[in-house]
Design a protein around this ligand. Structure first.
Ligand code: GTQ
Ligand code: FE2
Length: 316
């Protein structure tokens, strides 16, 4: 730092009056050598959430609440919404007889169904049942509503790129004028629906790596920003993926294990959610039954922008 100089102080004051700052004496740096540890790794336990959703089911009517969802906000200071920088995850529950009105928005969404049969989602006029283990896409600006016509409470997880839309500003949202789409076609198979059985078949056909890990990227239907990978770890298997610029959220489809990050061992089981921000070093270890994980990440977006990197090939 240069010594105090009245002439320089006067120069800085003249910048400040114009809402400007000299790049050589910033209070905060604008560039740094590699991604910082901003958002924090964190685990949310479905076992903690379920009784709260059930209580919300008694107290909060879906006629009043557009959606009965509980969002998971990252514990990083100052954050009240995002799970990782670009993605928010939530748990949602719909009781028998309930209907969540149709709406559409520019954020892209997907759902992983955890429990309950007999609930249907309608996405742009295509109605599909939401069954446990299924993954369903709701792309940008598609109308969508949910209805429980069964006997069981239906629980699922939502993932949306809302924090990214907040950052870039292209937010649009519309309630459906009638609350529901009028011409609806019931389908058992639809490109936006990845069924548990089909995912299992694809995994079984995938070539395992040296540790026996199998992985598939869901497609061809996809969201413009989010990549969906399903990862199967055999019992006791531990993996340490390369660091990557993608921000990720893992959801536990089945089994249990632990995430090892920054010296902490974070246990996870069915229905839990793990936030894994960009450029973290971490390991995942499966328990005695193995585990099946859904990884939702912004890799698709980063690849489009030429910002996807891993430290397995740092000059990529
Ligand atoms: O189910 O349409 O968790 O619009 C957040 C926003 C779920 C939904 C969320 C939404 C939805
Ligand atoms: Fe929505």
């Amino acid at each position: 730092m240069s010594a105090f100089s009245p002439a320089l102080e006067e120069l800085y004051a003249s910048f400040a009056n114009l809402n400007m700052e000299g790049g050589w004496h910033r209070r905060f740096p604008a560039l740094w050598p590699e991604p910082r540890d901003n958002f924090l790794p964190h685990v949310w336990h479905y076992g903690d959430v379920k009784p709260i959703l059930d209580r919300a089911g008694e107290l909060v009517d879906t006629e009043l609440a557009e959606r009965r969802n509980l969002t998971m906000f990252n514990p990083v200071e100052g954050n009240v919404y995002s799970t990782v920088r670009t993605i928010v995850a939530a748990y949602q529950m719909v009781k028998p007889g309930e209907f969540a009105r149709a709406h559409r928005h520019t954020p892209n969404a997907l759902r992983l169904i955890l429990e309950g049969r007999g609930t249907y989602t309608v996405v742009d006029g295509k109605q599909v049942e939401m069954r446990p283990g299924d993954i369903l896409l709701t792309p940008n600006w598609c109308w969508h509503s949910h209805e429980n016509r069964g006997q069981e409470d239906c629980y699922w997880m939502d993932f949306l790129d809302v924090p990214l839309v907040h950052l870039l500003e292209p937010m649009f949202y519309q309630p459906h004028p009638e609350g529901r789409e009028d011409s609806v076609e019931m389908l058992d198979e639809a490109p936006i629906a990845f069924r548990r059985e089909d995912i299992a078949t694809q995994l079984a056909a995938a070539t395992p790596d040296a540790k026996g890990v199998r992985q598939v990227t869901l497609g061809p239907a996809s969201l413009a920003t989010l990549a969906l990978d399903v990862i199967e770890l055999p019992p006791g298997c531990e993996i340490s993926p390369p660091r990557e610029t993608a921000n990720a959220i893992f959801a536990v489809i089945s089994g249990s294990g632990e995430a090892i990050v920054g010296g902490d061992r974070l246990a996870f089981e069915f229905g839990d959610t793990i936030a894994m921000p960009a450029w973290r070093e971490y390991a995942l270890r499966a328990g005695d039954q193995g585990t099946l994980l859904l990884k939702v990440s912004d890799r698709t977006l980063l690849e489009k922008l030429d910002w996807y990197r891993t430290d397995a090939c740092p000059s990529a």
